[in-house]
Design a protein. Sequence first.
Length: 111
Amino acid sequence: MSDHNWCHGPKCHEQHTQDRIRGVKGSKVLRTRKIKLNQWNKNHFFRFFCSNHCYNQFATQYIEQIIAIAPRTEALETPINVSKETVDHPYWGKQTNTEIKVDETRLTSVG
Ligand SMILES: [Zn+2]
């Protein structure tokens, strides 16, 4: 397996930074960044993208295909219990605190 990936940002090679410059005078180019694979990026999208900018450009360009992987056709819901308590704060007077807790008893493993 390769020890690197090329950045998948569709316009990575168009950004004007010194570290992307390759070649000799007269035939210089801006080249896609090479990403070394290491323990810091092995479980992160940064193993395929040199920056958030490149990741965002990729996602924007290919959003229809990305969504097709796991389309959301209806809303998901998390069962909760909501409780409110009124507290008397010394400076701001009566305040209502709202506590939202997941109702584990109604959690199902359905999709
Ligand atoms: Zn990039």
